[in-house]
Design a protein around this ligand. Structure first.
Ligand SMILES: [Zn+2]
Length: 370
């Protein structure tokens, strides 16, 4: 199976409207078809691999998922934070797909200097060529951002990044399928071909979720205090079970938590126009929390695609927040962690609908090849 094209999140250097959505019962809508890849591309996702392991089909995928976390040469965003936030993102998507503590206990997270292609999933924050060598995957391309500042129209004066800024890449990986020529519908063996990959840009000054919440002026001091205390407790918790991770994720959802935008850019834009001009052409490091990008990229490893700009082969459908775009002949929404919208720290209803629909498609695909 050809590996899926890479999916990325980029940052546009303009102020983002902060949008909150109410957390509604996931069963309140009967149509659950939103924003995921076609079923043949979904089986290498974490829920696809778990499903194959339980299917009775012969496979060499082991029993559970080994997830490798690799960080190199970035100091402010600690290994402990990246590991915890990787677990939070996986617990969030698994729960949204309808899974629980049993499935989460089959995920083994390892911080390692060498994340190889033997892993089911790799989460990397380092120079992309280093991971590419180990995993045999193509390196996601990241650009070192450079600012360009000057007049914008008759009265405005602004800065932007040449070519935009890529914050991360995510892809669900791929599998190899064996079957007998006379019966291609029945798989005789399934093996891993490439791990799911998440890459965070090495050109961003990443912050912890706690720092991203603290820097967001939209969040009340009371909520910040609660989230900080809970985050510190989790960091020092050696177990980090599905339930405690889920409680923390609930806290983020209940408070409609979004991450602060790029604080370096905000600081530059606060300077007077002539001072801003001195930043033109300079290398520049965005400073923001990694958590929203992690949720988004881990969402890609679960087979979800861009909710506001789905690929033409992607499956979308109506929900409370989607609108039909006749030019695409698809439903789209920005109210999703999978859209280029607000930097959500939680999953919206459309995210939940998308991953639930992806899970149904995975089950049907497995059942039809048993
Ligand atoms: Zn993306």
């Amino acid at each position: 199976m050809p590996s899926r094209s890479r999916l990325l999140i980029t940052l546009s250097l303009s102020s983002l409207a902060v949008t909150t959505v109410s957390c509604r019962d996931r069963n309140s809508l009967s149509v659950v078809k939103y924003a995921h890849a076609g079923s043949s591309q979904l089986l290498s996702t974490p829920i696809g691999r778990l499903g194959l392991q339980d299917s009775g089909i012969t496979h060499s995928l082991g029993n559970g998922l080994n997830i490798c976390v690799r960080k190199y040469g970035v100091n402010q965003y600690s290994d402990k934070s990246l590991l915890l936030e990787t677990k939070l993102a996986h617990a969030m998507w698994l729960k949204a797909a309808g899974y629980g503590a049993n499935e989460f206990s089959r995920l083994k997270f390892t911080v390692s200097e060498s994340c190889t292609k033997e892993f089911a999933s790799v989460i990397a924050l380092e120079h992309p060529e280093i991971t590419a060598q180990a995993t045999g995957d193509n390196a996601g391309q990241f650009n070192e951002p450079k600012l360009s500042c000057g007049p914008r129209g008759a009265t405005a004066y602004g800065c932007s990044s040449d070519g935009g800024i890529t914050l991360g890449w995510g892809t669900p990986g791929s599998l190899n399928y064996s079957y007998l020529a006379d019966n291609p519908k029945k798989w005789t063996k399934v093996a891993s071909a490439a791990p799911s990959m998440v890459r965070l840009s090495p050109y961003v000054d990443w912050q912890s979720l706690e720092d991203g919440v603290h820097a967001n002026s939209e969040i009340s001091d009371e909520a910040k205090t609660k989230i900080s205390a809970a985050y510190q407790e989790l960091l020092n918790d050696n177990e980090q079970t599905f339930d405690v991770l889920g409680n923390f994720n609930n806290l983020l959802g209940e408070n409609g938590v979004t991450m602060a935008g790029d604080q370096e850019f905000s600081a530059i834009m606060k300077q007077s126009a002539p001072d801003r001009e001195t930043f033109s052409g300079r290398a520049y490091r965005p400073r923001q929390a990694a958590f929203h990008t992690l949720i988004h990229e881990v969402g890609h490893t679960f087979g979800l695609t861009h909710a506001d700009n789905p690929g033409q082969g992607d499956i979308t459908g109506p929900s409370a927040t989607t609108v039909f775009d006749p030019s695409r002949n698809q439903y789209v929404t920005k109210m999703s962690s999978m859209a280029y919208g607000a930097p959500y720290g939680f999953l919206t209803e459309d995210d939940r609908l998308g991953v639930t629909a992806a899970d149904s498609a995975i089950r049907a695909e497995i059942a039809s090849h048993r």
